[in-house]
Design a protein around this ligand. Sequence first.
Ligand code: PMP
Length: 277
Amino acid sequence: MIAYLNGDFLPVEKITISPDDRGFQFADGLYEAMRAYGGVLFRADEHLDRLAYGARQLQFARHDFTTVKSIFVELLRRNSLENKDALIYMQVTRGVAERTHAFPPADTPLTIYIRVKFFSGWPDELQNGIKVISVPDKRWSQCHLKTTGLLANILAHQQARESGAAEAIFIRDGFITEGSHSNVFVVKDKKLITPPLSDYLLAGITRQAVLEIASGLKIDVREVAIPASDLEDADEVFITGTTVEITPVVHVNGKNVRHGRPGELTIQLQKEFNLLK
Ligand code: PMP
């Protein structure tokens, strides 16, 4: 597998990153994960805009990553993935500097690492749905920034896995925020509901695609706070994300969602989403 680091294309096992990298020392970094379907990048501009937004918010020395798209294409080619389904992972950190909390000098180059792999998602879960658990949202209050500081997400996700579920849904002050690596939608009385954007959740690219699809279908969409109890009372629940696409949730905290099968609206949105890919 050939990966990219700071201008070089190298076998991934030849790539080394300094222990003084601020990504390693402080999780002082941002990341993006995006898909290519049949070799075609899916909403790469949106992902790179979100990265640029994070870089501005964190006062990184570089805020424009539009040229990186050609590196994605080159990496797919070098790994014989130019016609395949793939996952692209990109990480940007504030660079290598002696460990101190203060920012390094402004001319310190950012560390930019990109790798790709063959990836075709989780077809069984897309068709049959998954179990989730809800957990307290113990993360910081800047979850709209896609930083590499994911410890609370990892711990929540591991808790879900150990209880036989596939995702953990965060609850903050009694309301749903998002999943450990996904956004959350519920359907109630034919209304499609998702929490409004705020500092407590990521503006998911897939979430946005679903909102666009739903508006095209004239579905009644509400971006409003969802009480935790609605997870168990909803007619349908699903999660969205780059890796999970639109995955039905059929079981919450040990109980079936309705009849324990993917909902009608969820299946309709999945079909429309597949047309966009
Ligand atoms: N929330 C979190 C915490 C995530 O990690 C992800 C996955 N990137 C999402 C939501 C979904 O975002 P997207 O649709 O852009 O992948």
